[in-house]
Design a protein around this ligand. Sequence first.
Ligand code: BGC
Length: 951
Amino acid sequence: MSGVRRLRPYALRCEHRTTPLGIDEPAPRLSWRLASGLRGDDPVAHRVRVAGSAEDLDDDGRLIWDTGRVADRVATAVDYAGPVLAGLTRFHWRVSVWPASSGAPAEADSWFETGFTPADRWHAVWIGQGPCPVDVMDAPTEGEFALDDRGLAPCPLLRRSFTAPAGARGRVHVSARGLYELRLNGERVGDAELAPGWTDYRHRVQYQTYDVTALLREGENVLAATVADGWWSGFVGFEPRRAGAHYGSAPQFLAELRLTGPDGDSTVIATDGSWRTATGTIRHADLLMGECHDLRYAAEGWELPGFDDSGWPSALVTDTDHGLLVAGADEPVRAMAELRPRSVKRHSGGVRVVDFGQNLAGRLRLSIRHLAPGARVVIRHAEVLDDSGRLYTANLRTAAATDVLVGDGREHIVFEPRFTYHGFRYAEISGLDESAEPDVVAVVLHSDTPWAGEFDCSDAGLRQLHECVAWGQRSNFVSVPTDCPQRDERLGWLADAQVFLPTAALNADVAAFFTKWLRDVDDARTPDGGFTNVAPRLVGVADEGAPGWADAGVIIPWHLYRSYDDPRFLARSLDSMCAWVDLVHRHNPDLVWRHRVGPHFSDWLAPGTPTPREVVATAYFAHSARLTAEAAGVLGHRERERRYRRLAEDIRRTFAERFVTSRGPTGGEAGGGTGGEPVVRIAGDTQTGYLLALAFELLPAGQAAGAARRLAGLVESAGPALLTGFLGVALAAPVLDAHGRSDLAHALLLREEVPSWRFPLLHGATTIWERWDGWTPGEGFRAPKMNSFNHYALGSIGEWLYRGVAGLDQAPDSTGYRKLLIRPRPGGLGHASARHESVRGTVAVAWERHGGLISLRVTVPPGATAEVHLPTTDPGSVRESGLVPGPDVPHLTRVRIAPGHVLYHVGSGSYHFTAAHPPAEGRSGTPGAHRPPPSPAPGRRAPGSYEEDTP
Ligand code: BGC
């Protein structure tokens, strides 16, 4: 066994983040993952200790907190429960994990830093530029950039110099009402983009903490900030009566630098009225409209020591309140990748259309050799092209998504907007030198949610689908989970988030991201306790929660608890969950949810017959009541658990009485019962009606099979195809699968006509479209008022690629992957694999069919177990690592033989099963069987598939 790695903790996290700076959770969660190269190498105990320095961790007498040795075989986290943690301090911690096999624990260390606690006083005050911009104004000239008409203002610059001794250390705590970029001595502080992120600024404003020790110098130093409107005072959403300035009218800034000299002296440099302000090159910056830099306004050297700011007016102190400041709970938006152009097409007038080959959220960085004074380079963005190969921007609605650079004659400029982002695959650049090729990259921006999932399989179309889903996630996790990144909307729609979360949480570690957003969801609640449709809430926009949308306030904490094994998701939300269910109950005492339905979006964007609204609403009412009961149960609130369980049961019964009919048992008719099952019909007889009833377990005993049969009949007779909107879509594959029809789930994935996931892929999609038919060869683009090409909602199928196709899942009663459920559904595929970096450690599945055998490799992290459903036609053929599984193969027990598979129970470690299995059938069994996109119909060009024209 030499060389095999034994049990060890890794990936230490505090509050689901790696070495966070400035946390304000008083009882931070300290967690670790486990790995081992051995089977059954499970932990039997752990110990966590916290100290004020790395050295103190070795000295039991100097520990701040010590759990002592805790006998526990499954926990991979503890919530700090020691003395109150001092603010603005670094703490070191160590986890020790004892394996069953030997006495010596394996250990790993990490640290975190606290931010402001109630005992720490902020010195900084909010500053801004005051109501009167200080610029002189020139009369507009012909062709002057029209966005000026939208009331966009130049970005304020704010600076202050100070002196620091040699060897000083520094932390700066920074926030803005708006967006900020801070520099110290000209160097960028941190790498957060669009900071401090979007919250409902009437409820909370996040601050970030940065270590600036390396940027400090002896003598004069300069803090220099640029601030922009962002979500605070810029354009957000689509409400024509309140298109922008939702929370304020002009940006404000707040920063506090805490310096510690070599002798331990501390000094605070904070925003106050002594800061100086002006405007500079950024003439406007807006999330939806874009950004304009005019280099003629450059105040050279303003970010550096030595600059004379005596002519700059003093900043205005706008507010001295710190009550709403909170430490950012998630990792910020960052520049996560750069993409080079895939092709550049020239058009008349020196206009270039650049194709980055991928729909994304971000912006361009353009390097330009020379730009004459007053000459402009204009960059427009679009997701798709029209028939003539030019940008199609009608679907952006009022979002101008245009960035402008005005030259001042200098040589070599690197232009990258700083306070905007766009949803685009194509950029049109005009104003560049005709002869030069643009030196440009697309900078991909999104919240830094560590990637945690991989999926692969033998079908190129499914691989492409997985990629599209992943890019939809990247593009729309930008401080909040948005519906889309391109048009004048980009809102945190709750239903989109709840249907996509199961996929998102497999693709990436979104625990911290959703910790932050659930605060937004809570802040957005209406005074009567209702969840809303969007969070953060926009000022001046009424928002009464709709069924399936508002219910996300219940569904999301529950799913996060299951994914991340962190009951605090439930503890923080339980009161709001109860209030929401009570509210719906109050308005609908007969338990059919008809009243207080907000805009009742129902099964949004369903192409088929609409599902009766009361069916959708009442199903969600029952589901929310039941999850609330479950949550109360987990938290030990027995009375609440009983109450909501009873309510859930009453709603379920009402649903069945009002909406479900059952005849029979009879036989024969399509979708009806065979073999003595009753014919079950749900009001409206739509796919979504059955999906909701089955997924939320609303049917009386004995009716589920009949309902599933009817559902399958409806899906089959439609194509097979789904005629659901995005509430129904999210449930389709899991429900069909749970009722023995994984073949139909596969068939839906193979379908190429509208509606299907493959149709957009065949027409050049690189992200999931909002509508199944956002573009068709016959009709071209659909309704420009609502036609995003980067909407993750229909990407909720991503979950089933992991759980169904690859077979990587956890048991229904498992949290945090304690009990894996490995159950591949090969369909016609030749192989599939998935990997997920769970809170417990790496979970992996890989299966392959070859020569009449199936090979299944499984990795179960230490402390976990797995149920392995091995698909085989011959139980006697099963081998595990070449051996007949029997009593002499440790950590493995055969539980039962069932039709088509054998069920094993295994302990932690890696396993390799082989068994007889019929070879793959069907075209998706062939590697790379996905065909290339067909030629578009005459006169219609597929939007993402403009022919390559590489320079
Ligand atoms: C959004 C959706 C959202 C919906 C509400 C749309 O404009 O893009 O994804 O959930 O409004 O029905």
